[in-house]
Design a protein around this ligand. Structure first.
Ligand SMILES: [Ca+2]
Ligand SMILES: [Ca+2]
Length: 400
């Protein structure tokens, strides 16, 4: 009895000290940030090489891409080995393996969609990129690779993608380091929206014969939806949903209106938030609330009423990447807010909305370039940071 009592007391003390130690370890690992809606705990869940996109599976596991060309599963504190079957990617400049999204019927069909940058089968001899001063100093004069964004889908079985097929491609492929776009989001009708950047070529964003500088909409198998706006227009690509975009790196479906929202990197300032409507023109490169990097002014949107004015814009730039509308219960004050990742601002940007009007903005500083934002099934907010030793971070309310 005595022994038992002693044993129980020791065990209780041990268990208490273990739980205190565990708590201290967690506290040491987690940072706490002060925000307008109270303290927020930031935990590092994993370290990845240039993580770019993520998508939650119905069973709670998380798919995460690494830009050099790896797709991994994260669950219970562990990252899987790279998933086999991912297409070869052209990893250079802003290109590589970008976003990942699962099929709305994933539980039944296991389909996973990847946005990746693909080299052309035939490469030009001795070709080099030609520098357009409007792009500024962000230029790779050694680049000789003809390439473009593409979307592939395959069925996830264990740690392998099977029956991988390309369902969409940027046309034409071009040399150049940047502006692939690369976000994927399914609309409520099961059609897939793809953000396609202008490849730093400017004018294609206004040319309906290319799908560069567009938001694109396809059926999941790559065929064209009957109700796409330019399906019957001669000389126009039928996959185009909206035009005049620069480099959109965030896309999400608004929870109330069910419309697609995107944000796009502006030139020298003038990043934009838009809700692209079928067939509308968002103005790039004719209008922008920013200017070219070489100082050439670009007229602002209101000077040309034929172009849609953005819902909101940032001047100076925030360099937005990743977009989600928060619908969870962990952060009660954040419900209905748009959460935007900020690369150059190294912050999570929280926008409160009234319908399609931005009412206020909070910048939650994280001292890291934020590449993607996702609400986890439990209502915590997951972030990816843009770095060679990038992180998967989890935000939860602190002090509960
Ligand atoms: Ca615009
Ligand atoms: Ca301007």
């Amino acid at each position: 009895m005595k022994t038992h009592r002693f044993h129980t007391a020791v065990m209780a003390a041990l268990s208490l000290s273990t739980s205190i130690a565990a708590q201290r370890a967690t506290e040491a690992a987690a940072e706490v940030l002060q925000t307008k809606s109270g303290p927020v705990s930031v935990e590092r869940l994993a370290v990845l090489v240039e993580p770019w996109g993520m998508s939650s599976l119905p069973d709670g596991r998380l798919l995460v891409t690494e830009k050099p060309g790896r797709l991994r599963l994260y669950s219970d504190g562990k990252l899987s080995e790279p998933i086999a079957g991912v297409p070869a990617v052209a990893y250079r400049g802003q290109g590589g393996l970008l976003d990942v999204e699962i099929d709305p019927d994933f539980a039944k069909n296991g389909l996973v969609y990847l946005y990746f940058v693909e080299a052309a089968e035939t490469q030009p001899k001795d070709a080099r990129d030609v520098h357009d001063p409007r792009t500024g100093p962000d230029f790779d004069k050694e680049d000789n690779l003809l390439k473009g964004g593409a979307v592939a889908r395959g069925r996830l079985e264990g740690n392998q993608l099977r029956d991988v097929q390309v369902v969409w491609r940027q046309v034409p492929k071009t040399i150049g380091r940047g502006h692939f776009g690369g976000r994927l989001v399914f609309g409520p009708d099961g059609k897939l929206f793809i953000t396609s950047g202008d490849r730093q070529r400017f004018d294609p964003a206004q040319d309906l014969a290319t799908n560069l500088g567009k938001v694109v909409r396809i059926n999941p198998d790559g065929s064209i939806p009957q109700d796409n706006p330019f399906g019957k227009k001669e000389g126009a690509r039928p996959d185009v949903w909206s035009l005049g975009h620069r480099n959109p790196l965030g896309a999400a479906i608004h929870p109330a209106s069910k419309a697609v929202w995107i944000h796009e990197m502006g030139p020298w300032h003038g990043d934009e938030l838009n809700s692209p409507a079928a067939g509308k023109n968002y103005g790039w490169p004719v209008v922008s609330n920013g200017d070219h990097y070489d100082g050439q002014p670009i007229p602002d949107h209101p000077t040309r009423p034929e172009f849609a004015v953005p819902i909101d814009y940032w001047h100076p730039a925030i360099s937005p990447s990743g977009l989600t509308f928060y619908a969870g219960s962990l952060f009660k004050d954040w419900r209905g807010n748009a959460l935007v990742g900020g690369l150059s601002t190294e912050s999570l940007i929280r926008l409160t909305l009234e319908g399609s009007v931005v009412k206020s903005e909070e910048r939650i500083g994280l001292h890291r370039r934020i590449r993607d934002v996702l609400e986890a099934p439990d209502g915590s907010v997951l972030l990816l940071t843009d770095a060679k030793d990038g992180e998967l971070l989890r935000l939860t309310p602190a002090g509960r």
